[in-house]
Structures are given as structure tokens and as C-alpha cells.
Design a protein around this ligand. Sequence first.
Ligand code: GRF
Length: 203
Amino acid sequence: MKLPKLGVLISGSGSNLQVIIDQCASVELPAEVVVVISSRNDAYGLKRANRHGIRAFDLSRNLFSSKSNYNLTILRILQECKVDLVIMAGYMRLLGAEVLDAYVNRIMNLHPAMLPSFPGAHGIRDALEYGAKWTGVTVHFADADYDTGPIILQEPVEILSDDTEDTLAERIHEVEHRLLPQAIKLYCEGKLRVVGRRVIIKD
Ligand code: GRF
């Protein structure tokens, strides 16, 4: 059987990348990570990719003369690696139309809050500082804006009265490490259908 090929975009530690790599290796996830692209040269996730013999690219934005060049380079790499599904796992940049148009409803983003609450780069801190009692994790298809695309899966996480950003982040990451592979698996099994803003999950 031909496994769907995943391209994973990161900017940091890559703990979600690691879970995806491990689940693909253990056949829990019927897919294969073929390429990792980082927006930062110091992202630890690049080391994880190297350790597993996965092609990895440092595409720091400042290496490119324009946004368009940056996005066209990402697109070329994804296409050369024959990527079927793109996963933004802690990737802290927006993708341009060059990539979005080529991968409509084939780019997933992970966000550490219950969208549409607390979008942006500091979802965990923002929920805590706001005084929310619950936050959570969202996996959604990416579109041209930050954290606005059709929602695939969500799971709530309670905010405890003695939580710090670190303790809350730890519980959020535990949920992320379950929810993101689950969403990828649903995609790989052909169980996701997008109707307008709604993602219908087949039984
Ligand atoms: C995750 O919390 C994700 O939701 C956010 O960035 C973090 C990435 O973590 N966008 P890691 O790099 O996978 O460890």
C-alpha cells in the first residue's frame, strides 16, 4: 500500500514532529514523514529529523529576498518530495497563496487553545492571563490568516487555579500529542470532508 507522504513545518522544539515520526514508524499512523522544513535554523526539530534520516531544510525567512520567493521555495520542496499532506506543527509563520492554493484542505495547523478563542502566537499565556477556566487544543485546516481555517478536532483542557504557563503548557502538549496524530490518521483514511467552514468526519 502506498502511504500518504507528510511534510512537516516547524519553528521550534518539534515534540509534535517527534510523535508523528514515532507513530509512523510504529504503523499506528498509516503515513510517512518525507520532509521537515523549519523557519528557524536553531529549531531542535531539525536535529530530530536528521536523527531519523528525514530530509530537513532550514528555510529561515531572512535567507530570502521576498515572501514570494520564500513560499515558492517551500512549494518546490513539498512538490519535489511528493508531499500529500502538510502539517504545521508549531510553525510560527503564515503560508502564502503560492503554497495554500496548491494544497487546498491539505494543510493542517495545530493551535494550543480552543479557537476562535485565543488565536495568535501566545495562545496558552493569553488564556491563562485572561482568567479563562478552560482552554484546549485545536487542529484545523490552514487558510490565509492566522488560526482561522476550518476546525477538524478540538479537545478542552481545564485551567487550574495554581497553573503557571509551564504547567498548563505541559497538559496542553499531552493533548496535542494525541489530537494531531488522530487528525492526520482521519485524513489518511479519507474520513475528512470539508463543507464550507465545517469539517465532516465520516464514521
Ligand atoms: C505547540 O504548542 C503548538 O500548538 C504551538 O507551538 C507548539 C509547538 O511545540 N503552535 P513543538 O515544537 O511541537 O514541541
